[in-house]
Design a protein around this ligand. Sequence first.
Ligand SMILES: Cc1cc2nc3c(=O)[nH]c(=O)nc-3n(C[C@H](O)[C@H](O)[C@H](O)COP(=O)(O)OP(=O)(O)OC[C@H]3O[C@@H](n4cnc5c(N)ncnc54)[C@H](O)[C@@H]3O)c2cc1C
Length: 366
Amino acid sequence: MTDTEVKRPSVVVLGGGYGGLKTAKALDDVADVTLVDPSDAFLHNVAAWRALVEPSWIDKIFMPLNRLLHHGRYVRDRAVAVDGRTVTLASGAQLEPDYLVLATGSAYPFPAKAADSDQHRAKAQLRAAHDALSGADRALIVGAGPSGLELAGEIKAYFPDKEVTVVDVNPDILHGPFDQELREELRRQLDKMGVRLVLGSPLHALPDVAPATPAAVEVTTESGETVQADIWFRAFGVRPATDYLRGALAAAVDDRGYVAVDEQLRVKGGDDVFALGDISTADRDTAGAAGRQSEVVAANIRAAITGVGGPRAYEVGPTLIVVPLGPEGGASQLPDGVSGAESASTIKGNSMLVDMYSVHFDAPER
Ligand SMILES: Cc1cc2nc3c(=O)[nH]c(=O)nc-3n(C[C@H](O)[C@H](O)[C@H](O)COP(=O)(O)OP(=O)(O)OC[C@H]3O[C@@H](n4cnc5c(N)ncnc54)[C@H](O)[C@@H]3O)c2cc1C
C-alpha cells in the first residue's frame, strides 16, 4: 500500500451460499472482503433434483468460489467459533474484521444439498445417487413440501414408468402460508403424472437405510398404509448452521437454531455483526429471501463505510413460490395470483435459475 492509498475497512462473510455470495460480491468494490466457506464451490441446490434425474446438469450447479471476487479473497475454511467479531477458523486462524456477516445457511439431507465439501467428490456422489435412482422401479419421498413435490415431478418427468409415492404427516400437500388453489393445481398435475400421495398420518419410523442409495425399504403409517420402494429420499429437515456462535451472539439463537436480528439485520447483541438467509429469523427459508436480505446487509455496510445513504430496513416479502413438476409442469403463487404449468416452466422449470447465479462467477481464478 502506498501512503496515498487508504486502507479499506474489512468485511468477513461466513458462508458462500445464496445470501453470502451476493453480499461478498456487492461489497467487493468498497471493502476488503474475505469470504469463508468449507466448500470449494457454491452449490446451486435449487437445481439439485434436476441434476439428480439428468446428470448433464451436475457440472452446471457447482460454481467455483475462487472465481467470485475480483478484489477480495476466498478462504476455504470453516468457522468453529464466533464471539463478537472474533472468528476462529478450523485451521486455527483468527479473523477480526470491522464488519462480520453470518450467512452459514442450513444443512438439508443429501442429495438436495451436498454431503461433501469437495466438489469432485460431491459430484461423484450425485452421479451415484442418479445411478441408484435409475435402477429403482419404486421411489419413496418423505415430505410433501415444495422440495418433495418438486422431486416427485422431476422423477416422473424423466422416468414416467417409475412408481413414485410421497408421504407426509400433514393432511394436505405444501404445508405453509400458500393459497389452497395452488395445492389444488399441483395435486391435479401430480395425479395426472401418477404420483401417489399418502397424507395425514405419521410414519412409525423412517427407513433405516441411507436415503438416495439402492435398498429395499418398507414404511407403515400409523393409520395402517404401507409403502414399499427400492430407494427413498428425505425431503424435510432444514437445520440452521449456528452452533459456532458464542457469548452474546449465542444468546440471540432461539431453540430451533435461528438467530434473532433487528430490522437492519444486525444480530441482536452483536456490534456490526449481521445475519441473513436460512439462519435468520427475518423471513422464510428461501434463496429469494436470502438474496433480498443480502441487498439490505450490503447497503447498510456500504452506508457505514462511505457515509453515504442512511440505514435500510428489511421488509418481509410476500409469499411467492414456484414449484416446477419437471421442465414443463408445475404451478406458482405470484403477486397476481396462482398460475399453472406454463409460468412455472418459464420462470423456473426450464432454466432452473442457473444463469441467475452463474453470472456472479466472472472473476479470474484466484
Ligand atoms: C431442493 C431444494 C430446492 C430449493 N428451491 C428453492 C427455490 O426454488 N427458491 C428459493 O427461493 N429457495 C429454494 N430452496 C431454499 C434455498 O436453497 C435456501 O433457502 C438457501 O440455500 C438459503 O441460502 P443461505 O445463503 O442462507 O445458505 P446456504 O445456501 O445454505 O449456504 C450456506 C453456506 O455456508 C457454508 N457454511 C456452513 N457452515 C459454515 C461455517 N461454520 N463456516 C463457514 N461457512 C459455512 C456452507 O458450506 C454453504 O456454502 C430450496 C432448497 C432445497 C433443499
